[in-house]
Design a protein around this ligand. Structure first.
Ligand code: SF4
Length: 365
């Protein structure tokens, strides 16, 4: 399910949590685009699921569901950072995208981003994005680079969709804007000087984040990106939940500060936790292609140490891998391979050796 801006209100969250427990495998998977998945549906259950989602506004357009890939600065308008509140632009972009029949043909990989200037989601190198450079001035970003065109908030959505239409016209067989020889050529209008965009995302800090209005937001890591049934129960009743592209969630606008993150919602708030920087694809039994239960192995092979992010997958396809340089632990018919970029760093014999190879590789840069 696409969640533009990662946002779920209380009603939509309750419907999803119920669906995960009653129709799926009991958990909710978070994706690297700030979306969610319900897995383990019985045959035919998708009709019941889509009916439930539609009833709470989570499926506003059957034709455009694939293309509603919109990420936005998760703490925008709340913590006093950022140059502008991009939340209104999320709804505006989503509605305008769904209202244009032709844009249903965009490839499902095209990512839209709305960054309030703090440099979080723009570092995901979106296909089409707005990056605030002043309180009402945005850089129009195409293929992960600043096009040089500047637009106001009122012009931003039209400018983004103009780029999307032009990409549709010229894309041929390409899936992403960055695959074009000249992505900036998609932009109409007078372009000025470009700025360098942040290469590494300024992620929301973990823990309690003071808001400008005196309330607090709670930001926590979701181990291996899966909210289990106990967490879904614990989070029920929060007014809003924001799913970020980094497998964390934010519970904003709290007045009663929970004593313990773990006790309240089962979230991890310590940046040095062994769960930090660790992700995995669904693996077995959730994915038929998986060679093994990668989640169980990733959890068992956790080690402190920091360094590069680590992503475990049950086959070579690499679903859910994080943006940027990271250590990949890939299940092969001969066991795990530990890779860095295109290079295979180790083919360990067992899980203990895999854990050691991962620890060494993630600290090697
Ligand atoms: S990487 Fe392979 S095993 Fe993992 S979810 Fe994708 S297809 Fe399945």
């Amino acid at each position: 399910m696409r969640l533009p801006g990662g946002r779920l209100d209380a009603v939509a969250f309750a419907a999803l949590a119920d669906a995960a427990v009653e129709l799926g495998d009991g958990g909710l998977e978070l994706t690297s685009r700030g979306n969610v998945q319900v897995r383990g549906l019985a045959a035919g259950a998708e009709r019941e699921l889509s009916g439930r989602l539609h009833a709470v506004g989570l499926l506003p357009s059957v034709t455009h569901e694939r293309v509603r890939n919109i990420v936005a600065s998760p703490l925008s308008g709340r913590d006093g950072r950022g140059l502008v509140d991009v939340r209104p632009l999320v709804g505006e972009l989503d509605a305008a995208l769904c209202a244009d029949a032709a844009l249903a043909e965009l490839p499902g990989r095209v990512l839209f981003a709305l960054d309030d200037g703090r440099g979080d989601v723009i570092a995901l190198r979106p296909d089409i994005g707005l990056y605030a450079v002043a309180s009402d001035l945005f850089a129009l970003v195409v293929g992960g680079i600043d096009s040089g065109l500047r637009v106001s908030g009122g012009e931003g959505v039209a400018a983004m969709l103009g780029v999307a239409r032009e990409f549709l016209r010229v894309r041929g067989g390409r899936w992403r804007v960055a695959e074009l020889d000249d992505p900036v050529g998609l932009v109409a209008g007078v372009r000025g000087e470009s700025v360098e965009l942040p290469a590494v995302a300024v992620r929301p800090p973990l823990g309690l984040v003071p808001q400008a209005d005196g309330r607090v937001a709670l930001s926590g890591l979701v181990p291996l990106g899966r909210l289990d049934s106990a967490q879904l129960t614990g989070l029920r009743g929060v007014a809003e939940l924001i799913v970020t592209p980094w497998r964390t969630v934010v519970v904003p606008d709290l007045t009663d500060v929970p004593h313990s993150l773990a006790g309240s919602y089962g979230l991890v708030a310590a940046p040095d936790s062994t769960w930090a920087g660790l992700t995995a694809c669904a693996g077995r039994p959730g994915c038929a292609k998986s060679l093994t239960d990668v989640r169980a192995d990733a959890a068992a092979a956790r080690a402190p140490g920091g360094g590069l992010a680590v992503h475990w997958t049950g086959c070579d396809r690499g679903c859910g891998r994080p943006a940027g340089r990271h250590v990949a632990v890939v299940a092969t018919p001969g066991g795990y391979e530990v890779r860095l970029g295109d290079e295979v760093r180790a083919r360990p014999e067992d899980l203990t050796a895999t854990a050691a190879a991962v620890a060494t590789t993630r600290r090697s840069e």
